[in-house]
Write a protein that binds this ligand. Structure first.
Ligand SMILES: C[S@@+](CC[C@H](N)C(=O)[O-])C[C@H]1O[C@@H](n2cnc3c(N)ncnc32)[C@H](O)[C@@H]1O
Ligand SMILES: Nc1nc2[nH]cc(C(=O)O)c2c(=O)[nH]1
Ligand code: SF4
Ligand SMILES: [Mg+2]
Length: 210
């Protein structure tokens, strides 16, 4: 059974694939925060911008089989576009639910699969795009992939700690909070002095979409 908070069709707002049309599958639940406000301050991940509790979001639900979830996801892709569907698995923490059976069922329908993960859980084989976003005070076991996207600044984790990991792209993404302007400035300063790093803006928030 897969528990999905919401499914929506939008543009990838972040990182190297920004601007690309994608179906988002937001799985319910996370291992670094319960999702309840009263638990935020005592959690490993304390800055999350997302509601991932339950299955009550747009197009959310429980899916008994990989095939049922794949059919639901693909119903949002424009028909006869001639372009392979692009599905971004996010959450919550998608690695808690995305298993080999679902990856294989998506690939059987010609889907290109991306994941947004905190990197603390093993991943199924064959994912087409892996974005790892490390969190301070967590054990990041996935240290290779396509893009590393560090929310910045985080006091207990510095870019220097992950700059030697095996990724094609290294991004800093300003932490969204009431201090986001200062966080953006800190990202700009860091990228300009450490040009291995690029700036990732959450463009969907700027655009006011999803
Ligand atoms: C909601 S998370 C879900 C996927 C996964 N649990 C993870 O953390 O990568 C999706 C992306 O949003 C980022 N994110 C979460 N809260 C944020 C915030 N307040 N400001 C900027 N990015 C944030 C995460 O680091 C991650 O890259
Ligand atoms: N448009 C849009 N792009 C995104 N890229 C990563 C997201 C996420 O929450 O994982 C996200 C999101 O929530 N919306
Ligand atoms: S790990 Fe991801 S989903 Fe979980 S609380 Fe942190 S940002 Fe949110
Ligand atoms: Mg988001």
């Amino acid at each position: 059974m897969y528990s999905v908070k919401e499914v929506f069709y939008s543009l990838q707002g972040e990182g190297a694939q920004s601007g690309r049309p994608a179906i988002f599958c937001r799985f319910s639940g996370c291992n670094l925060w319960s999702g309840r406000e009263q638990d935020r301050a005592s959690s490993v991940c304390r800055f999350c911008d997302t509601d991932f509790i339950g299955t009550d979001g747009q197009n959310g639900g429980k899916f008994a089989s990989p095939e049922a979830l794949v059919a639901h996801l693909l119903s949002l892709w424009p028909s006869n576009s001639g372009v392979s569907p692009y599905v971004i698995c996010t959450g919550g923490e998608p690695a808690l639910q995305l298993d080999q059976a679902l990856v294989d069922a998506l690939h059987a329908q010609g889907v290109e699969i991306a994941i947004e993960t905190n990197g603390t859980r093993p991943l199924p084989k064959g994912l087409d795009w892996i974005c790892v976003s490390p969190k301070a005070d967590s054990d990041v076991i996935i240290q290779q992939g396509d893009e590393l996207k560090l929310v910045y600044p985080q006091v207990e984790i510095q870019p220097e700690q992950c700059q030697h990991w095996s990724f094609k792209h290294f991004y800093l993404q300003p932490m969204d909070s009431p201090e986001r302007q200062a966080h953006l400035q800190a990202c700009l300063d860091y990228c300009l002095t450490h040009p291995q790093w690029k700036l990732s803006l959450q463009t969907h928030k700027i655009l006011g979409i999803d």
